[in-house]
Design a binder for this molecule. Sequence first.
Ligand SMILES: Nc1nc2c(c(=O)[nH]1)N[C@H]1C(S)=C(S)[C@@H](COP(=O)(O)OP(=O)(O)OC[C@H]3O[C@@H](n4cnc5c(=O)[nH]c(N)nc54)[C@H](O)[C@@H]3O)O[C@H]1N2
Ligand SMILES: Nc1nc2c(c(=O)[nH]1)N[C@H]1C(S)=C(S)[C@@H](COP(=O)(O)OP(=O)(O)OC[C@H]3O[C@@H](n4cnc5c(=O)[nH]c(N)nc54)[C@H](O)[C@@H]3O)O[C@H]1N2
Ligand SMILES: [Mo]
Length: 771
Amino acid sequence: MPDQKIEAYTDPAGGWGSARSLVEILTREEIPASGAAMLMKQNKPGGFMCVSCAWSKPAKPATFEYCENGAKATAWEQTRKRIGPDFFERHSVTELLTWADYDLEEKGRITHPLRYDPQRDRYLPVSWEQAFEEIGRELKAIREEDPKAAVFYSSGRASLETSYMYALFARMYGNNNLPDSSNMCHESTSKALPQSIGVPVGTTVLEDFEATDLILFFGQNVGSNSPRMLHPLQDARRRGVPIITFNPLRERGLERFTNPQSPIEMLTRSSTQISTQYHQVKAGGDIAAIAGICKALFAMDRQAQNEGRPRVLDIDFLSEHTHGFEKFEKFCDRLEWPALEAKSGLKREGMEAAAAVYARARAVIGIYGMGLTQHRRGTETVQMFVNLLLLRGNIGRPGAGICPVRGHSNVQGQRTVGIADEPSLVPLDKLKAMYGFEPPTEKGMNTIETCEGVIAGKVKAFIGLGGNFIRAVPDTQRMEEAWRGIRLTVQVSTKLNRSHLVHGEIAYILPCLGRIEIDEQASGPQAVSMEDSTSCFHGSRGVASPISDHVRSEPWIVAQFAKATLAPNPKVDWNAWVGDYAKVRDAIEATYPEKFKDFNARLFEPGGLHKPLAARERKWETQTGKANFVVPPDGLDMDPDMKSDRRDVLDLITLRSNDQFNTTIYGYHDRFRGVKGTRQILFMNENDIERLQLADGETVDVVTEAADEFAREVKGLRIVKYDIPEGNCAGYYPELNVLIPLWHHDAQAKVPAAKAIPVRIAKAAELAVRD
Ligand SMILES: Nc1nc2c(c(=O)[nH]1)N[C@H]1C(S)=C(S)[C@@H](COP(=O)(O)OP(=O)(O)OC[C@H]3O[C@@H](n4cnc5c(=O)[nH]c(N)nc54)[C@H](O)[C@@H]3O)O[C@H]1N2
Ligand SMILES: Nc1nc2c(c(=O)[nH]1)N[C@H]1C(S)=C(S)[C@@H](COP(=O)(O)OP(=O)(O)OC[C@H]3O[C@@H](n4cnc5c(=O)[nH]c(N)nc54)[C@H](O)[C@@H]3O)O[C@H]1N2
Ligand SMILES: [Mo]
């Protein structure tokens, strides 16, 4: 573990800090100089699509269309380091369970298929044939008893081709148990937007950033998690477009940015101010903050009417296109400023200032991330944001729209091609007609339901297509204990992680090619495809040599699952699909003809193939046929079970450092937040530190405040005095997931409420005595 240092960081996002960090990781992962050539193909038409975030890929890419964290992701995947069979000769699984996430993944790419040997407590190499023979046999036996006892998880990285095949395999197996990472992420979006505007995804495209005249920015950390988005933001700022931010933390990427690819900015050390207003809303205070802005808008609108000036609200749009406006107006009228201030943590003047700018803007983009979705009322928070945009007709017009920033590089696309526990989201009739089987119609398990199923002993097999399920989900300790009761666990992975070590009775690790590698099949090297945050499909072609002769592609692995488990079906030629992925794309187009028109022919179209979105055309595919105002049924309350009146309970935000991709930890630094060499951190407001009689730098233990029988505790966090609202504290995911009760999730979408966990802080010594 490197030396620890906490010291405020004063540089902008991007800039020299970013350039240095990039060189560091390329060196550490032993990427040769040719690695730079590889980076030149990142996010370019005909090249490969970044394995990091899902941000839009422009039609005219920059010479270097990658960011510090995209380059880190490439280096991490294309590292020279390897985990071969000898690694497990040296390390038992029991030993590896004591390793940190960083140490596990840092050892390099897994080169051989592996099976857990309980006698030796080790993973040992196994042939692909033997692996699929046993996996197939087990899956068949489980299905005999109960076809709903197997679960097919996917992390959001696998391509459209792989995902389509995987979802079909699960349904032919006999269930809709297709939980995915989106269940922990933007599921709140997927639940909120169809009710509000009749589409499940954002409505903005990259061109909208060129036509917008205001950006509202809620709960997303652009500088670390989607840095390439800083380019359109910087361009907008240069045109004088204001950016109004709501975030409990002052995130550096939302304050200042130096484009590391601009020699002038780098040499002159100049930077662009990003946010023009910065509101440090309390965690979970967004419904109140947005309600406050709406209330102010209603007041301005009435005043304008009294004075005979043009209306502030877009009355034509409201009457022609929306439903529920009067009810929403009444809701806002009834709210009192003191309650809005208390719940949001903001002053009335702040909310009014945001409303004043909003009222003047012609076209507004609303951007958001996990700060809105990962709450008990995440779905309603997203709908509240849409309500605000509707008031001035900011959906379905150039330069305007709602822009959820998606996580994994193909998480949005996976849903588009059938990864869904909700059968109503999938054209089952079409699948039935195309493939001659009876698709299951019962709802499957999502991520939280899978966890509940594992605890109840109902899950007999878990297949993981990427990801690190056990580390990403809440209630780590309870889940790890229950997990060992599963009969079969199979993880398709690139790198070693904790989900391999906490395993079922029979356990496999199946190593796969990464997206950056050349994928050679019968018809030659293959391309795959993905969908970005702005609903554009892009082709991607691997450029690097495979890391080992023993790894296989994800489509190949999925096809082997199917062939080993299902009775032959003349209508599904898995071998032909694996031999030529264009045939899978034909099948995708046949299943979803409107979305994927001329898919193969247009695979590498610069800027991507735009998926049609009704709401962009102001066509509302909702039950009312209009865009709906949705009034939060619980008013301003974010968490009905939370005992927020207790003065010593804080709301804990779990978030990402600048040196990680989800559970993949690249290192122990969080440059922008001034943290070096540690992740065992608890950011606290100085008044809370004083009130709770603690001290900056002190080591503390954190305990969840929950009315159930389970003790949840993390020991040994270092307090860092930080600019964060009173009553909130923050620390890193996944280390703190142990503190999140499984039931602490969004009511509708079941996204774990990772951004407001009620906790108590105790001096380390006190707890030691109590123990
Ligand atoms: N480099 C890198 N890139 C990534 C990832 C990564 O781990 N590393 N992860 C990928 C994935 S899967 C995802 S989903 C995205 C995640 O990207 P983000 O959506 O940025 O996720 P978080 O890091 O969890 O940060 C959420 C932000 O919300 C703020 N916040 C917390 N609570 C609240 C609140 O109640 N209200 C408001 N308004 N703000 C709040 C936090 O301060 C933080 O700035 O990024 C993707 N891209
Ligand atoms: N407390 C808290 N919990 C959270 C969150 C939070 O903000 N706070 N965020 C949630 C969110 S938004 C998400 S998306 C989830 C993330 O949950 P997951 O998507 O399950 O987790 P990742 O960490 O992205 O998965 C990393 C692993 O993926 C494997 N991998 C990498 N590349 C590939 C590939 O190309 N193919 C295959 N097959 N495997 C690959 C590697 O083995 C690596 O160890 O976590 C959620 N959990
Ligand atoms: Mo995510």
